[in-house]
Ligand binder design. Structure first.
Ligand SMILES: C[S@@+](CC[C@H](N)C(=O)[O-])C[C@H]1O[C@@H](n2cnc3c(N)ncnc32)[C@H](O)[C@@H]1O
Length: 338
């Protein structure tokens, strides 16, 4: 009798983490992240279950490596990557209309002072500037302002800053908005406090972040999508990314003392395109591909299958849920109320 090829499970442990944490790549190249021994045990048994779908349970071979660096809190995506602008454009096309409608609904209009934090390409800041006109103003800030600088003008000011380290102007803005920012930051609660502090009394904070609950909903079902999406999420998780921050947003806003907290969540459905593909997925995977391959989180065949999927117009997928949450800073009490 000949035994099938041994099953290989690759476990990567994050150095210096207590409780232990890391990721495990099962025989079907699925990546499972874990924190603590209980989750580790679940991940191993799930990987064994994958292996045992063969009639003969193959002998198990486990390789374990420990990554040399502690988990990084650095923002993982690179504004200097050759197609980052295209990747961000594909996101703004998808999400800007809801953002701007929501802010208009909260009263955004002529004369408002707005702060756009982690402004990216500046597409939202530009639309805010058009809404507030010459009697208002917009300040757009980001760690990297290469896309913002050309937009600077009388109504739209641009400033380079690190929202984790640097102070935001306090109590000055009728509207403070941050989209796809806090989910990336280890210090998200500290930054949220500083966003709240930037809002003028009675003004609005709008925060929008993803929740990846819907990200594996693909029709027809696709292993390639699940493998690559899970791997991207696991890689982000090692850089402090919280893929489920969206669902926690309303509670966080309330805990920071905001009033009239409201939430809207929607998942856009995207469709493969024979020529254009689906840039928000493909360009994310392309930018992360070297890191994913170097850590054996995906194979080149997985990536090829992933790209083929998005160039097939039969592919329909729900993008991650975009959760928009808003709340109002308590107004100052007037003399007569005091
Ligand atoms: C995913 S992009 C989102 C861009 C834009 N908000 C949007 O929704 O289109 C995240 C942005 O946050 C910026 N960013 C990340 N960390 C930051 C920090 N610590 N301080 C300021 N900006 C930061 C990045 O440079 C990037 O432009």
């Amino acid at each position: 009798m000949t035994w099938p090829t041994p099953t290989r499970i690759v476990v990567q442990l994050d150095a210096g983490r207590s409780p232990i944490a890391g990721s495990l790549t099962d025989p079907a190249c699925r990546v499972r992240t874990f924190t603590g021994w209980v989750e580790f045990a679940h991940a191993v048994s799930a990987a064994l279950a994958t292996a045992s779908t063969s009639a003969l349970r193959p002998p198990l071979e486990t390789t374990m490596t420990i990554t040399d660096a502690a988990p990084s809190t650095r923002y993982l995506l690179d504004a200097g990557w050759y197609a980052e602008r295209d990747r961000l454009n594909s996101l703004t096309r998808l999400y800007d209309p809801t953002t701007v409608d929501l802010c208009r609904h909260l009263g955004l209009g002529s004369g408002w002072r707005c702060l756009e934090v982690g402004a990216g390409t500046g597409s939202v800041a530009e639309q805010f500037a058009a809404e507030v006109g010459s009697t208002g103003g917009v300040l757009a800030v980001d760690l990297d302002i290469r896309f913002l600088q050309p937009l600077a003008g009388a109504t739209l000011q641009v400033e380079q800053l690190d929202v984790v380290r640097d102070r935001l102007p306090a109590g000055q803005f009728d509207l403070v908005h941050a989209r796809l920012l806090l989910e990336h930051l280890a210090a998200r609660e500290q930054v949220l406090a500083s966003l709240v502090n930037a809002v003028a009394p009675g003004g609005w904070l709008v925060v929008e972040d993803l929740d990846w609950a819907t990200s594996t909903v693909v029709d027809p079902p696709s292993d390639a999508h699940r493998i690559v999406a899970d791997a991207c999420m696991a890689l982000f998780a090692g850089h402090a990314y919280d893929p489920y921050y969206g669902r926690r947003l309303p509670r966080s806003l309330e805990q920071h003392g905001l009033l009239d907290v409201g939430t809207h969540a929607e998942s856009k459905q995207v469709r493969g395109h024979v020529r254009d593909g689906v840039p928000q997925w493909e360009l994310l995977a392309d930018q992360l591909a070297p890191a994913l391959l170097a850590r054996s989180m995906v194979t080149q065949a997985n990536l090829d299958a992933f790209h083929a999927l998005w160039h097939d117009d039969q592919t329909l997928c729900f993008a991650p849920l975009m959760v928009s949450s808003w709340g109002r800073r308590p107004p100052l009490l007037s003399q007569s109320d005091a």
